[in-house]
Each structure stands twice: as structure tokens, then as C-alpha cells.
Design a protein around this ligand. Structure first.
Ligand code: DOR
Length: 422
């Protein structure tokens, strides 16, 4: 295994120091000369990022993304682990499919791919999937989600929460009361009225979160809320956390930066579920992330083939790329607050997903799964230059701060000089 001496690196913004990468671990430099020396002057080392919410599209839509291309995009974005959503084709609702995704991740070898299992068979919201079989499979699934759809039936949601409690699992809910969002295209408010598009009310999200935190409290189980997008949801979560409910929540980079004014372009690259909201929602989400009411930044990386995005708004699929831009967007929002970035993008998501090998600060004695960032670099997003197979980034042409220079997974470089090593 190649050994690396990393010189003059600032660990989480601290004084420059040297680190040795050997046998998958970080060490104080000592012993024989390393195979490779990296001059990390001016670079910041962060624990490898962990994404709780990635759509890798394989099996089924390998024209939009594969486990390998999505893993490469993740490594280039500074990630060492991603949780792969279950809305593939076939759906990841059996031990067989989650094991397939897990093995494809291992074969790609760029990040750890942790499959998320579906809560219900075929994401149909009718019968519970084989949660126990997925938990006991080689993929060791602990997180379950019907993301893309809400587990709407309160009785099924209750059963799912009860079931995962037995093995310390978690239900990740896509909070959307579908009866309130039928035909909805954009956030319900001033913009939807101006554009004459059916509105997607904030209450459709907030009502489900309120119901689910109460169910979670009743059952004594654990809930994670996917892509929180409204100020009202933050207040529901604040209330639940104050009561001691075992709930965590994530926010996407796009909900931290963009607003529903983007819909005025009618460019479907701005169509996403939940929809972009208002500036006051954005402000509330940022404050909640800083405060810890929202626990994690998760990308909801949702690649889509050109034919599903380059069409009229109402026909376009919702979703945006996220893996290669998430750190830069978060830096733009939080500034160079490395402690909060490490907490919200690595340590806490690793804990939520039960990925004990991840989320460790890049210091001697810890696993060598980390990323080196150049905080002074600025770059302009070129969709053609992204590693993802899809092009649906809402940040095309935007200049962003921060570039990932290198990423290491258990001591192996997955990215060097800003390029994937495989
Ligand atoms: O925008 C979204 N796209 N939100 C989701 O919940 C699903 C995702 C997808 O699978 O494309």
C-alpha cells in the first residue's frame, strides 16, 4: 500500500502540521520516507464527507448514473461514504437488490456505498418490505426510506418504526402529504400565483413531520427527516427535539441557497422535490443548520437523463445534481467554519447512518478517510466537466468557493490533484 506524507496541512483550520498515511491509518510522521509527499500548504483537512441521501440510479437507469460514476462524483466532492436511495428499478426492497448495490460500490472502490432499503414493497406504500432480511444481508441496512414518495399511511409508518426499533434502525421519511401536492409544480406562494402553476404548500411537508415525530415518540423509535425545506418544518423539529423525540433532519445544499424565484426561468433544472422555497425559508434553514435543529447537510444528488430534464416543466422529473458542488455551496453558506462543516457533513451523518469507520477527524490514530480542500480556490461550475453521467446542475456558470484537491478512503487516494485516481 502506498504511503503518503502530507506536509503543512491545517486539520480543521488548526496550525499546519504533517501527517503520515500508512496501512489505512493516520500516523505521526516517523520511520522510512513515504512513497509520495504531498505539499498541503494552504490546504485544510476535513473528515471524509458522508452523504445521507444519494440517488445512484443503478440498477435501472444506468443512462443517468451508475454506482461507479456516482461514486466518482462523490469522491471528487470530498465524500468517503454515500447512502444510496432505494428508488431504483427494481426497487431496493429485498436483500438481493441491496446486496447488488453494496457489491457494485465495493467494486468501484471510490467511496463506501451504504444502501438504504425501501420501507414498502415497490415504494407503493401498501405493504412493509423485508426490512429484517435487508438488515441481515451483507449490506447490513440500518436506514430505510421510500424517498421520492412519502410513507403516507400512518399505520404502516407506525409498523415500520416499530420494526426497525428492534435492531436500532431508522426510518428516513420523505415528508409530503401527497393529497396536498397533487399536480403541484412549484412552492405555493407569490411565485406560483404569478406563474399560474399549481402550488406545493409548505404544510404538505410540515403536517407529515408533525405526525411522524408524534408517532416516533409514541413508539419510542428513531426518525430521520429527509430534505427539510420550510421554516415551519424547522419549528416542528425544534418542538420535537425539545420534547426529547429521537429525530434527526437533513437539509440539501440547494434549499440552503436557491429560492422559488428560480422557477420564473421555467427551466426544469430548477424543478426539485421538495420545491425551492422562499428567502425566509432559506434564512430559517441556515439558522437551523447553524443551531443544530437540522443535523446534517445531505445532497439529494438526483441525476436525470437529458430527456427527463430538457422538456416542459410539468413533464420534467424533479431533482438536481449535488455531490460535486455540496461542499462549495455549504462553504458559501457557512463560510470557512470547518468545525460546523465537519459536524454537519461528516461526523453527524456518519452517526445517523451507523457508519462507524467514517466521521473521524484526520488525526493520528484515526482511519485515513479524509479530504483535502483548498479554501482559497474558486471555480466555475461547468456541467460538461462533472463526473456525474447527468448534467442537471442548477449551478452551471456559477463561481463557487473551495475545491477538493485530494480524498483518501482507508489510506487509498481516490482523488489526487483534483482528479479521480480510477
Ligand atoms: O427531487 C427529487 N428527486 N426528490 C426526490 O425526493 C426524489 C429525487 C429523484 O429520485 O429524482
Amino acid at each position: 500500500m502506498t504511503t503518503y506524507l502530507i506536509k503543512n496541512v491545517s486539520v480543521l483550520g488548526g496550525e499546519p502540521r504533517d501527517l503520515l498515511v500508512r496501512d489505512g491509518q493516520l500516523h505521526e510522521p516517523s520511520g522510512p520516507a513515504a512513497d509520495v509527499t504531498i505539499d498541503a500548504t494552504g490546504l485544510v483537512a476535513l473528515p471524509g464527507l458522508v452523504d445521507l441521501h444519494t440517488h445512484l440510479r443503478e440498477p435501472g437507469r444506468e443512462d443517468a448514473e451508475t454506482v461507479e460514476t456516482g461514486s466518482r462524483a462523490a469522491a471528487l466532492g470530498g465524500y468517503t461514504a454515500v447512502c444510496a436511495m432505494a428508488n431504483t428499478d427494481p426497487v431496493a426492497d429485498t436483500a438481493g437488490v441491496v446486496e447488488q448495490v453494496y457489491r457494485l460500490g465495493q467494486a468501484a472502490g471510490l467511496v463506501d456505498v451504504q444502501p438504504i432499503g425501501a420501507v414498502t414493497v415497490g415504494l407503493k406504500g401498501e405493504t412493509l418490505a423485508e426490512l429484517g432480511a435487508m438488515a441481515e444481508s451483507a449490506a447490513k441496512v440500518t436506514m430505510f426510506s421510500d424517498d421520492g414518495f412519502c410513507v403516507n399511511d400512518p399505520r404502516l409508518m407506525r409498523r415500520a418504526l416499530e420494526y426497525v426499533k428492534a435492531f436500532g434502525g431508522v426510518i428516513a421519511q420523505h415528508a409530503e402529504e401527497h393529497r396536498l401536492t397533487e399536480g403541484a409544480q412549484v412552492h405555493e406562494g407569490v411565485q406560483s400565483a404569478k406563474l399560474g402553476l399549481t402550488g406545493w404548500p409548505a404544510v404538505a411537508e410540515e403536517a407529515i413531520i408533525a405526525r411522524d415525530v408524534l408517532l416516533t415518540e409514541h413508539v419510542g423509535s428513531r426518525l430521520h427527516v429527509c430534505h427539510v425545506s420550510t421554516a415551519g418544518s424547522v419549528e416542528v423539529l425544534r418542538h420535537a427535539k425539545a420534547r426529547g423525540v429521537n429525530v434527526t433532519a437533513e437539509v440539501t445544499p440547494h434549499h440552503l441557497l436557491l429560492t422559488d424565484v428560480r422557477a420564473c426561468t421555467y427551466d426544469p433544472v430548477n424543478k426539485v422535490n421538495p420545491p425551492l422555497r422562499t428567502q425566509s425559508d432559506v434564512d430559517a434553514l441556515r439558522a437551523a443548520l447553524a443551531e443544530g435543529i437540522i443535523d446534517a447537510v445531505a445532497t439529494d444528488h438526483a441525476p436525470h437523463a437529458a430527456e427527463d430534464k430538457e422538456c416542459e416543466w410539468s413533464r420534467a422529473r424533479p431533482g438536481m445534481l449535488g455531490l460535486e458542488t455540496a461542499l462549495s455551496i455549504t462553504m458559501q453558506v457557512l463560510g470557512n467554519d470547518w468545525e460546523t462543516i465537519a459536524e454537519r457533513m461528516s461526523r453527524t451523518p456518519a452517526r445517523i447512518a451507523g457508519l462507524s469507520e467514517h466521521g473521524h477527524d484526520p488525526l493520528p490514530g484515526n482511519p485515513a478517510s479524509f479530504t483535502l480542500v483548498d479554501p482559497a480556490a474558486r471555480w466555475t461550475v461547468d456541467p460538461e466537466a462533472l463526473a456525474s453521467l447527468s448534467r442537471n446542475t442548477p449551478y452551471a456558470g456559477m463561481e463557487l468557493p473551495g475545491r477538493v484537491v485530494a480524498t483518501f478512503l482507508r489510506g487509498e487516494a481516490t482523488v489526487l490533484d483534483g482528479k479521480a485516481t480510477r
